[in-house]
Structure formats: C-alpha cells, structure tokens
Design a protein around this ligand. Sequence first.
Ligand SMILES: C[S@@+](CC[C@H](N)C(=O)[O-])C[C@H]1O[C@@H](n2cnc3c(N)ncnc32)[C@H](O)[C@@H]1O
Length: 204
Amino acid sequence: MTIRDATDVFSEWALRGRDEGMESGHAKSVNEMLEIAIPELKTPFSAIDVGCGNGWLCRKLASLDDCNKVVGIDGSKEMIAKAKQKGEGEFHLATLPGWQPPQKFDLIHSMEFLYYLKEPLEILKIFFNEWLEDQGILIAGIDHYLENTASHDWPQSLNVHMTTLSEEQWKQGMIDAGFIDVEIRRVGVKSGFVGTLAIFGRKS
Ligand SMILES: C[S@@+](CC[C@H](N)C(=O)[O-])C[C@H]1O[C@@H](n2cnc3c(N)ncnc32)[C@H](O)[C@@H]1O
C-alpha cells in the first residue's frame, strides 16, 4: 500500500473531530514544555507553532500578556480551516520543508510534528539560521522516538512516514544545527507512557 501524506491523514482526523483528542492528549506535555521555554524568553515575545493542528496552542499563547504575535502553520487544509473557524489568529496553510515565514520569531514551538519529516535534522538548521531571532528559543515535543518502543508501530498503523531517532540523535542534531544550551528532557510522563521528548535549544 502506498505510504500516505501525514497532512492528508490529519485532514481526515480534523473532519472526524480527532484534533480535539490531540489537544487534550498533548496538553500535559505542552504545558511542561511551556514552563521550560517561557521563562527563558525576552518580553514581549513573538511565537510560531509549527504543525499547529487546530491552533489550540496558538490561542493559548495569544492569551498571555507577554506574547505580542503568534502564527500557526500546518500542511493540513482541514486543520487550518478549523484553526481559522475557532477564532482570531494568523494561520497559514504551509507544508515543510519549502515554506519560509515573512518574519523571524523569538519562540519556535512544535508538538508531535518534526518526525513526520524525512529529514527532521535539516529543518532544525533552517529554524536556527532563518526562522529564529537572536537569543530565540526552540522547544519541540516528540512522542515517536527510539527509546519509546510503544511508538515503533505507529508508522505502520497510520501508514505514514515517520523518522525514528534516538534521544542522542536529537540532541546531536540540535548541536549540529548551531543551538546552544541544548537540553532534552522527558515531560508528560505518566503510567504506561515513557514521556514526550522535550527538545530545547537557544540561538546565541
Ligand atoms: C500529530 S499532529 C499535532 C498537531 C498539534 N501540534 C497538536 O498537538 O494538536 C501533527 C500535525 O503536523 C502536520 N504536519 C505533518 N507533516 C507536515 C508537513 N510536512 N508540513 C506541515 N505540517 C505537517 C499535520 O497536518 C498535523 O496537523
């Protein structure tokens, strides 16, 4: 069977309301990721959520006094349609790699997005060189990784490409991209779940 584009699969999820389940399912890890990243940011700060789904994290960031600009991007037409329906905010239908934002950001956030790319470590370099302001922060959450053996059958069960990297490979990829203060922590740990890898790094 031909491998499907992740963005097509997630458009079907959006039409079936499964975006709401991701919102609630990812909230614990994302809240812990924001607790790591936000104290490290200058104020006010601008932010972009890459692979934003229905835009829930963008709406959360926009509600913070210190956030003066937030943009969400996703390659799924139906996710972006839903994000726009759910309220105010700047959302772009954009598939990576191959799209460039019109400005740089102080915070790049992504949750459960990077491993859908064929070359996720290359996008880290693009984020570092072209998307992040000086002293900006990248924080990215990853649930599909080598040490999470329970996630190894996800590519087959969804019939989409996923790049399976180890904690060490993500860390080295961040360092090779140029990030400093690189840290990989596990967040959202709970019974039966080894946790989301929260990948943190700073530009300069
Ligand atoms: C697992 S969902 C996570 C959505 C959201 N971050 C959340 O936590 O609810 C992954 C999202 O990444 C998007 N995505 C996957 N590959 C993409 C690509 N190459 N370019 C842009 N978006 C992509 C999908 O359309 C989907 O909405």
